[in-house]
Design a protein around this ligand. Sequence first.
Ligand code: CAA
Length: 248
Amino acid sequence: MTKRIALVTGGTGGIGTSICKRLHDDGYQVIAGYYSGGKHEKAQQWQSQLKEEGYHIALAYGNIRDYDSCAACIEGIKKDFGPVDILVNNGGITRDTTLRKMSPEHWDDVIATNLTSVFYMTRLVINDMLASHWGRIVNISSINGEKGQFGQANYSAAKAGMYGFTKAVAQEVASKGITVNTVSPGYIATSMIMDVPEEIREQIRMGIPVGRFGEPEEIARVVSFLAAEDGGFITGANISANGGQYMH
Ligand code: CAA
């Protein structure tokens, strides 16, 4: 059997890198979607570094906030590798601030990048998945979509929106061998968390029952589980991996 094609948006970031590595270890042809404001060199350096570690991961440029850019990205992948079998919607940003200070730009940036992008990318791969009667879509949400977070009205709304999207689409495509699920990471030791002021970060860490932040690999293994060949009966689900910080 030819290798399944896995696309990870935000693939060169903190959690994205671990997901790419894990799916590579699982035997898929992995493609890391990146944007980084058009800094192609940075992505190429990332790719070279991983190559030295034995990971052969392709790159695909695209602005997930822009439908035409997403379409060009998917077309390029189809041309070079074939249709996407596994889509991991992982790309996202934060623009943390309390609501009283939140501007329309803070709101729009986060909703477009973290939620509308999930519609764009999923819409662009779904017909090929339907045609091949197989597909895996994994949406990376957040503990803060589940519980809300002070200073993240925009981010919490976007991440919560993913659950509705996931469950609706899961119903539409279930009979065609396609699963759609969310993973909700808690606080993972990546640069996104390092943007939170140290004092607040420490308070958050103290509220995590396991007593530490998560590792990106601990999210990647959940994605790997959901993407697996024998994962066909898990759909419309959400798997939380948050060190016990939020239980429901
Ligand atoms: N609950 C209740 N009150 C809080 C609070 C909380 N969690 N955090 C701060 N406050 C209070 C402060 O004590 C202060 O009170 P006083 O005015 O009475 O002194 C007030 O709120 C501060 O309000 P401001 O509007 O002035 O807020 P700020 O500008 O000082 O900072 C913030 C706001 C930037 C959002 C800051 O609180 C912050 O960074 N919070 C962390 C947000 C966070 O967790 N982000 C997650 C990033 S990682 C990620 O997103 C990945 C993932 O999926 C988990």
